[in-house]
Design a protein around this ligand. Structure first.
Ligand code: ZN
Ligand code: ZN
Length: 115
């Protein structure tokens, strides 16, 4: 497991990617905005509450004159996976180890072999 050498397990990397920079929690209903950054729908809605122009990204400050919110399905799937792993972790640590080391890596290998 090469990823573990950097001190992060694949699950930790996944959970890191699935984190909203406003509430620092795992995304709830993730949406992408004009610059490509993603936030929970409720977080970005609250941040932009009352604004009619100059919508600026809380992360990179890129500003746009009108609001752009696109559902980010890819991220939503990732969040779902992270939540499942989180739930499994609290139930049974050993199961998580199987997901981390076994299923993911095996799945990747099968995919690359098919290509
Ligand atoms: Zn959030
Ligand atoms: Zn941004």
């Amino acid at each position: 497991m090469a990823l573990e050498k950097r001190g992060l397990t694949p699950v930790e990397i996944l959970r890191d990617e699935a984190r909203c920079s406003i509430c620092l929690g795992i995304f709830q209903d993730p949406v992408s905005i004009h610059c490509g950054h993603s936030f929970c729908r409720s977080c970005i809605t609250r941040t932009w509450e009352g604004l009619t122009t100059n919508f600026s990204c809380p992360q990179c400050r890129e500003t746009k004159s009108h609001k752009t919110l696109r559902p980010n399905w890819e991220l939503a799937n990732m969040v779902e996976l992270a939540n499942v792993i989180e739930a499994a972790k609290s139930l049974n640590l050993q199961q998580v180890r199987e997901v981390e080391g076994g299923e993911n890596l095996r799945g990747q290998k099968l995919q690359s072999r098919r290509l």
